[in-house]
Design a binder for this molecule. Structure first.
Ligand SMILES: [Zn+2]
Length: 323
């Protein structure tokens, strides 16, 4: 039977499907975060005598200044780590301008002149023949004022940051993405309120929910965008958090290996900061952060073996949920 003339003018089902896929892809691309590295400087540090670079980013998703600590930054090397948006040539820019924002002299770099803001459409896709074994070591770290600056033992953030910097420095190549999302993204004020709920007997997940907030409000889209800006299509990721792995894989990067971050007090049984005198952690009073870490494993899916003494201790210490 001959179809009506009007129907014959319609695109075929396969054409429609292809068009829809294309439109969907375009929308997804447009929704990706754009980032721009606005300044880089060298930071001599105590970590393995290596000088690393601190890169400060702006982005299209929030007004925070997220950071990347890059070990092995070299704008001119094909196998090195460098920022496309930092090194891109800009209109009417003098050599001094480039020096002040930390970009290499144009004559010394092999950087193509591109837009100074990364576009997902320009992003380097994961190379199909990329050698995953040489993927750099990467830590996606959320800032923690209380842990990193005050030395709080309610969490293990400081230990994780130091551990990541030490390991990456030893390889002389890699990145710590330092995301400004305090308290799993709820901000310092609500994090402190959540601490008080934890002291009333809630665990770290329940405390956020009691405040009407997500258990984890973080996003790793900016992390993915920064990794793309750094021309890193594949990573060996330092994390216990499967959400981080899933998020960046979903965004099209390759995680060739996940490397656990085991708290030293759990692997050695020594109290944090007491390595010199070997004060025992396991077997003594449980630390605040033991309950925090156990909650992250049991309630939030983090991948970490809990020492039996810790598990028994936290079960015994678990208070009835306050009303
Ligand atoms: Zn912390």
């Amino acid at each position: 039977m001959t179809p009506p003339a009007a129907a014959s003018a319609l695109p075929s089902t396969s054409t429609l499907t292809a068009s829809l896929v294309t439109v969907t892809e375009v929308i997804q691309e447009q929704e990706q975060v754009q980032v721009q590295c606005v300044v880089r400087t060298r930071i001599p540090s105590e970590f393995g005598n290596a000088t690393h670079s601190l890169l400060l980013y702006t982005n299209s998703e929030d007004d925070k200044e997220h950071l990347a600590l890059v070990f092995g930054y070299a704008a001119a090397g094909p196998d090195s780590i460098w920022s496309r948006t930092l090194e891109a040539a800009r209109d009417n820019e003098t050599p001094r301008d480039r020096a002040i924002r930390g970009a290499a002299p144009l004559s010394a770099s092999a950087i193509p002149a591109t837009s100074a803001t990364s576009s997902p459409l320009e992003s380097t896709p994961p190379a199909s023949d990329s050698n995953n074994d040489s993927a750099p070591l990467v830590r996606i770290h959320s800032c923690c004022f209380t842990g990193e600056t005050l030395g709080s033992l309610r969490c293990d953030c400081r230990e994780q940051l130091v551990d990541a910097m030490t390991r990456i420095s030893a390889e002389r190549k890699g990145v710590v993405l330092y995301l400004i999302q305090e308290g799993r993204g709820i901000g310092l004020r609500d994090k402190l309120r959540a601490y008080n709920l934890i002291d009333l007997g809630y665990d770290t997940r329940e405390a956020n929910i009691q405040l009407g907030l997500p258990a984890d409000a973080r996003s790793y889209r900016i992390a993915t965008a920064i990794l793309r800006d750094l021309n890193i299509p594949a990573v060996r990721l330092l994390t216990n958090n499967p959400l981080k792995v899933n998020s960046i894989v979903h965004d099209g990067l390759v995680v060739s290996e996940r490397i656990s971050m085991i708290p030293k007090s759990w692997s050695t049984g020594i109290l944090p900061g007491r390595e010199a005198d070997g004060a025992k952690a396991i077997g003594s009073k449980l630390l605040d952060r033991d309950g925090y870490l156990v909650s992250k494993v049991l309630k939030m899916g983090h991948i970490l073996d809990i020492p039996s003494e810790i598990l028994a201790g936290t079960s015994a210490a678990a208070a009835p949920t306050p009303k």
